[in-house]
Design a protein around this ligand. Sequence first.
Ligand code: AMP
Length: 273
Amino acid sequence: MKVVRSVEALKEARAELKGSVGFVPTMGALHEGHVSLIRKAREENDHVIVSIFVNPTQFLPGEDLEKYPRKEEADRRICELAGVDILFMPDASAMYGEDEVTVRAPKYLGYILEGHRRPGHFDGVVRVVLKLFNLTRPTRAYFGKKDAQQLVILQRMVSDLFLPLEIVPVETVREADGLALSSRNVYLSAEERQKALAISKALKRASKMVGAGELDVARLKEAMEAVLAELEVEYVAFVNRRFEPVEKIEIQNSIILIAARVGQTRLIDNIWL
Ligand code: AMP
């Protein structure tokens, strides 16, 4: 595995790869969720590139940019064991200049739900991901359904900007008790972690109700809010795959999303129905 930090070194290493390339962008502190993306990329492509970059432009002032977990040594080993060809670990000065040309998230999709709570977040995401796509020139890029809105925005970027690659969605990996894996879970105390289980439980309850034929969003929401009663909920949202709000679940075309705070930690999770 080649570990490269500069744009020049990445370009050189990329130029040597022949055949298809799977790309997995991450912010590091890798867990089984990231590994499942890498594994899928490994299965479907001749080569795999992983990036680890805690992208400052997608953090808002006051968010956890400085304290975001960084585990460089462990991450390198995980990538090596997972069969990664190139690991790109730039610092911010390698990725950004001053007063740049920038792309932006779409006005609707980029400014509802997560975008409403974190204004500008998705602008930072599309900015960095476009740069990373241009550098790695992947055949396929792998993103988790855990970050549903991000995934849909990046699919839109690829189609709107005619980018020559495919975005591959990957299922959310969970702990045995249902908690969705996240690099931010390390912020949770034992007690908070227990409380956080309400998020996946609420999604599971909704999914069961839908399975039993309940498609009415108001009734699903009521049942979910009962499960979430102890958490500081930011939103429980019901959207179609274009992220338009719905009042009735349409099977194969709906996503239920939750954002909630547990202590100081903000968690998101969702289920695709
Ligand atoms: P991050 O390092 O949090 O920016 O995540 C990098 C990629 O891993 C994104 O595409 C995420 O959606 C994906 N990811 C994060 N958590 C999970 C999970 N529990 N299961 C599957 N994919 C995940």
